[in-house]
Design a protein around this ligand. Structure first.
Ligand code: AMP
Length: 221
């Protein structure tokens, strides 16, 4: 059976950095709905044009749009043996949709389904606004930096590929606050949902990046 990892945690909890690293280690695709949506916004697809209205307000994009985008992504060959979901599901509605997607994928690949493990990045809310407004990412390779705890060696330049670093338009204080509100109302209930299913693991994500990584390795093997 393949393994699927679902990552839960508030915006700025460090999921993106750690899941990208884990994806490399496991040779699984890192399926990040925020990035998939931003790519649609950039390409001005019909999904992207609709999604942007919600993203600018820190709200969840309608479930059907994200469902279509993610289902298409998970049918790609590289996701056949397992994948990492970062930022999906973000509501109980999406968790139920995801179970439907897994059933459809089982038929699509003619396999015996998947072991699902949900991993929660636990961070005190107070530290998060600061983390978010200091976040930068590479416009070329997507590597994530933070001007407080993961500075690039040269200001504004990616250490990995030399691309220029940009700040996401929704990483400003006002939209960040709205995103936290959405997280508390819609996403937080998933902890109980996956806890009740007995598949939730929690990581203290308020530690230095390498210590969080050690914890993650212990859980994922
Ligand atoms: P992120 O990059 O994960 O912080 O996501 C950025 C924005 O994309 C969020 O504030 C939402 O507007 C939207 N988004 C990302 N993932 C989802 C999802 N699973 N469902 C609905 N909206 C999403």
């Amino acid at each position: 059976m393949k393994n699927i990892y679902i990552f839960l945690g508030p915006p700025g909890s460090g999921k993106g950095t750690q899941t990208a690293r884990l994806a490399e280690r496991l040779n699984f695709p890192h399926v990040d709905t925020g990035s998939l949506l931003r790519a649609n916004v950039k390409a001005q697809t019909p999904y992207g044009i609709e999604a942007k209205k919600y993203m600018d307000q820190g709200q969840l994009v309608p479930a059907e749009i994200v469902e279509n985008i993610i289902f298409e992504r998970l049918k790609e060959n590289d996701a056949k043996n397992g994948y990492i979901l970062d930022g999906y599901p973000r509501s109980i509605e999406q968790a139920l949709i995801l179970e439907g997607i897994h059933e459809k994928l089982k038929n699509f690949w003619h396999d015996d389904g998947a072991n699902v493990c949900a991993i929660y990045f636990d961070v005190p809310m107070e530290s998060l606004i600061e983390r978010l407004v200091n976040r930068r990412s590479c416009s070329k390779c997507g590597e994530i930096y933070n001007l407080i705890n993961k500075k690039p060696q040269r200001a504004g330049i990616c250490d990995k590929c030399g691309g220029s670093l940009i700040q996401r338009s929704d990483d400003n204080e006002e939209t960040a606050r709205l995103r936290f509100e959405t997280y508390n109302n819609e996403t937080y209930p998933l902890l109980k949902y996956y806890g009740d299913k007995g598949i939730l693991k929690t990581i203290n994500a308020n530690l230095p990046i390498d210590e969080v990584w050690e914890e993650l390795i212990k859980i994922t093997g």
